[in-house]
Design a protein around this ligand. Sequence first.
Ligand code: C6P
Length: 416
Amino acid sequence: MNAINSTVRLQFDVDRLRAEFPILRQQIHGRPLVYLDNANTTQKPRAVLEALNHYYLESNANIHRANHLLSERATQAYEGAREKVRRFINARDVEEVIFTRGCTEAINLVAQSFARPRLREDDEILLTHLEHHSNIVPWQIVCEATGARLRVAPISDRGELDLEQLVALMQERTRLVAIAHVSNALGTVLPVGEIVREAHARGIPVLVDGAQAAPHLPVDVQALDCDFYAFSGHKLYGPTGVGALYGKRALLDAMPPYQGGGSMIASVSFEKTTYNTVPYRFEAGTPNIAGVVGFGAAVDFLISCDLDAVRVHEHELLGRATQQLAEIPDLRIIGEAHEKCGVVSFVYDDVHPHDVGTVLDQEGVAVRAGQHCAQPVMDRYGVPATVRASFALYNTAEDVDALVRAVWRVRDLFGA
Ligand code: C6P
């Protein structure tokens, strides 16, 4: 470890942080909970729980549409969270942040409102082989409606994207590149900045699925220069059912609404309706106000933890887990990219990953076993599923050791 890392580490007090997550104190099947399913959803710190509670106890009202004090408070809290999210991703303008139900809805919004009106028969949308279903299916839906088609850039056996091949697939008919920032199934970090540069050099806009990156990596949408960035609140210590879409102002301004209803209009008559400005044009109906307030509190919490220190800590956990798991005979790690973050996936001999997951659960270790909503990745490796351990800032070296002990237990139970 270099000098900078040691300094950062001194400032990172994981025990103090864990104390902020009451749920982690419990026992599961008589053993201390070891929660390693963070890529699925993270646990919530007291600050987020208190923000939700405080909102409902003190400020609950509908936003943007009443002139009483509670509504004013609720509106301020909601719009305050928008500014927090803007700062978190360094968007230029608060109007470039649209609240959604999550990363999935954010991508669907772009598919329906940005891509669909622009796509013609034989146009192309370019993805990679490591995408989550949320960054595949919305594009298939618009392709079915328009006659456009998907192109898919391959990944290597290590789970790395072949940038040259991706660039070679950026052709005259490519209308959008849609890529993950970090793969949820493999942990691969994609060179998003380079991809955006290559795409823009050819006049192609880029959407980044940041669901697995925003909790772990610094996200600066201006530095990345991506056109859209989608992520969820619940994977970064916020509540479920809320997320955000960043979009460049000029693109958002030119996009028609995604859904119709209250709040997204300027005026309505049976003859003609005119629409509100962004971001409100894309937030039809009463939103998840409390969820957005909790999302803002989660962003505050994460920033207060020192993001550099968090990154170093999580990287150490990933390294420790990878090294110890690799020592288990007949265990195969799926996804060995040079640059990884947050996730280690593996299969053990011919024991089905679901059985491994069940044994781990009995040992108090919560992981995800399955396809991780990334079936093409499973097909690429010829496995039905993987076991995936994923890390958060509150995990410890002891959590990693408990995971590894539990996997050895699988070996005892199922035989070598
Ligand atoms: N991945 C996982 O266990 P939502 O469900 O909208 O919050 O996020 C969807 C999504 C989109 N992209 C990536 C890369 C993701 O990892 C996810 C969610 C979870 O890996 C649940 S399937």
